[in-house]
Design a protein around this ligand. Structure first.
Ligand SMILES: NC(=O)C1=CN([C@@H]2O[C@H](COP(=O)(O)OP(=O)(O)OC[C@H]3O[C@@H](n4cnc5c(N)ncnc54)[C@H](O)[C@@H]3O)[C@@H](O)[C@H]2O)C=CC1
Ligand SMILES: O=C([O-])CC(=O)C(=O)O
Length: 341
């Protein structure tokens, strides 16, 4: 259809105008940068973003091994141009012009560790990467995957504030894997097709701070209180289940890459003006007394368009909400303190 429009138009100026307006109104140019692109999450995430037709430029940054990953992914015959960048000297080029930056850089858990045990190493990594984002692509949306997300998002926010470019609409903690797990586990127990399932997950991204709202799950199913308690616990412990199964070889990478790609796609759709894009994410929020909180968020041309209300909670979920607040509050404060010391 595009080709026939061009062939029939008379002047070359008209042709190029048509080409420009056609391509900008259908699929705009979008640069996506992945920081930590050679890691367990980074590699399959790079693959999935290479398959995304909304991406025109894919920038793969890591402190090591990116040339190989970029050469490999770059041979795939899809829209985006792929460039690998390695080492801090190349971080500026990796980030310049980015519309969306996805951060899965940092160390993963081993059995027996909590996500907070990663703080000492990952907080510093996120701080440095956030400073570079502030400098080289201050208008980009940022999808934070690096753990502990409950603290790394507040760290990035503080670094952005210090740099004078913080826009709360553009910073997201990626909690999509909690939603992905809640959907899978619920579909199994409710015996409904998983593709039709929706379950909001609120709070944060660690243990009890992960609160799936099965009372709002669709399609509705009449599950007993015991089953709902077990589903909630399995969702909260989903990351640990994978860490233990991998027995020292890291944490969720493939399901996380899938979840990260879903969330990034939603962000790109929002940027491109697709209406009614709603996903759960850990963002700056006023829907509880906590300054950061995961809930349903409407995505738009500037990032967060609206943080949606929690909706009605069951008594069990109300208890879960109160129970998660102290831990989430202290993780936020830990991140804020670190960024300011
Ligand atoms: N938000 C979520 O739902 C989830 C978060 N995670 C977190 O994602 C992070 C990454 O996990 P994996 O990919 O399994 O770890 P990994 O160790 O396989 O990969 C991490 C990558 O980050 C790179 N890296 C380290 N410092 C860097 C820096 N300064 N700049 C750029 N790259 C840097 C490493 O070279 C490595 O390639 C961990 O913190 C993990 O806990 C993991 C699963 C789910
Ligand atoms: O559990 C971990 O350490 C990794 C993670 O965040 C998850 O799988 O949800």
């Amino acid at each position: 259809m595009f080709r026939s429009v061009i062939v029939r138009s008379s002047s070359s100026a008209k042709q190029s105008l048509l080409r420009r307006s056609f391509s900008s109104s259908s699929v705009p140019e979008r640069k996506v940068a992945i920081l930590g692109a050679a890691g367990g999450i980074g590699q399959p995430l790079a693959l999935l973003m290479k398959l995304n037709p909304l991406v025109s430029s894919l920038s793969l940054f890591d402190i090591a091994n990116t040339p190989g990953v970029a050469a490999d992914v770059g041979h795939i015959n899809t829209r985006s141009e792929v460039v690998g960048y390695m080492g801090d000297d190349e971080l500026a080029k990796a980030l310049e012009g980015a519309d969306l930056v996805i951060i899965p850089a940092g160390v993963p858990r081993k059995p027996g560790m909590t996500r907070d045990d990663l703080f000492n190493i990952n907080a510093g990594i996120v701080k440095n990467l956030s400073s570079a984002i502030a400098k080289y692509c201050p208008h980009a949306l940022v999808n934070m995957i690096s753990n502990p997300v409950n603290s790394t998002v507040p760290i990035a926010a503080e670094i952005f504030k210090k740099a004078g470019m913080y826009d709360e609409k553009k910073l997201f903690g990626v909690t999509t894997l909690d939603v992905v797990r809640a959907k899978t586990f619920y579909a199994g127990k409710a015996n409904v097709p998983v593709a039709e399932v929706n379950v909001p997950v609120i709070g944060g991204h660690a243990g009890v701070t992960i609160l799936p709202l099965f009372s709002q799950a669709t399609p509705q199913a009449n599950l007993s209180a015991d089953v709902l308690t077990a589903l909630t616990k399995r969702t909260q412990d989903g990351g640990t289940e994978v860490v233990e199964a991998k027995a020292g070889k890291g944490s969720a990478t493939l399901s996380m890459a899938y979840a990260g790609a879903l969330f990034a796609d939603a962000c790109l759709k929002g940027l491109n003006g697709v209406p009614d894009v709603v996903e759960c994410s850990y963002v700056q929020s006023t829907i509880t007394e906590l300054p950061f909180f995961a809930s349903k968020v409407r995505l738009g041309k500037n990032g967060v368009e609206e943080v949606l209300d929690l909706g009605p909670l069951s008594d069990f979920e109300k208890e879960g909400l109160e129970a998660l607040k102290p831990e989430l509050k202290s993780s936020i404060e830990k991140g804020v303190k670190f960024a300011n010391q």
